[in-house]
Write a protein of this length. Structure first.
Length: 255
């Protein structure tokens, strides 16, 4: 009888361990439903994936504040621009804001949201930017976007389509229509990291965001990381909202 009890107890332990392992695996790969987020690391490809409803964000790269690497790169791919501030904030705090390239890529998302809704967009810009950079960004975007939803083809200054100018495949000759899913490609600048001694210590990194909207394809973005904060912020980024090449035709907009 004791032998049977021992065998039964062993089987129950094995079954419980199997269930625990299965549940852990499902937690790691599940998608976001409502307010439940899960980030899934794909070890085989060096990518990390994060989902919000049916929106998917993928990040890979080795850009870091820990040390300067002239060969470092970063790529962020996403199916949709965040629908609102809530999604944008969750994406920043839980996923993209934890790397310099993820934060840099979020700047084009914030610019697009600002074009759709000034109040929501302003909150997004304030969230990911160093305070002194907010006014610089917003003052120019107000002029770039004008009063219409999309820039007319014959207007070289009002450029509602400028957020798309750094997305892979988007060019003036194709109406700034990017390849889907949307992709932002980045690499380390020739400028090395710089330690800043103001309002506490911080490290400023210089990143090139690649885009075909300008003659100079390497758009410089400065990212700051403070030692007491796991999240990065955009320190300076005029290259992202400087007037780009005039569109040919009508911009289809972004999803």
């Amino acid at each position: 009888m004791n032998n049977w009890k021992s065998i039964l107890l062993s089987l129950l332990k094995t079954f419980a361990a199997t269930l625990l392992k299965q549940n852990s695996s499902e937690e790691g790969t599940g998608q976001r439903t409502g307010q439940n987020t899960r980030a899934h690391m794909e070890q085989s490809t060096g990518q990390s994936k994060w989902t919000y409803g049916n929106h998917t964000y993928i990040m890979k790269g080795n850009l870091t504040a820990e040390g300067y690497n002239p060969s470092a790169t970063g790529v962020v791919t996403f199916t949709n621009v965040p629908a609102d501030y809530n999604e944008f904030e969750a994406l920043y705090r839980e996923f993209l804001g934890k790397t310099p390239h993820g934060t840099a890529a979020m700047m084009t998302m914030a610019m697009e949201i600002y074009g759709r809704d000034r109040e929501e967009g302003l909150r997004c810009i304030q969230l990911i930017n160093w305070p002194t950079n907010v006014n610089s960004v917003v003052s120019i975007l107000k002029e770039r976007y004008g009063t219409s939803q999309y820039a007319p083809a014959n207007d070289s200054y009002t450029q509602r389509y400028i957020p798309a100018a750094v997305l892979k495949g988007a060019k003036p000759e194709n109406g700034y229509t990017p390849i889907e899913p949307y992709t932002v490609e980045m690499k380390a600048s020739v400028n090395q990291h710089q330690n800043m001694q103001f309002m506490g210590s911080g490290c400023v990194m210089y990143i090139y965001v690649m885009g075909d909207g300008w003659d100079t394809h390497q758009r410089s973005v400065e990212i700051i990381k403070q030692p007491d904060n796991e999240l990065h912020q955009v320190f300076n980024c005029p290259s992202l909202y400087t007037q780009c090449k005039q569109i040919r035709g009508q911009w289809p907009g972004l999803k």
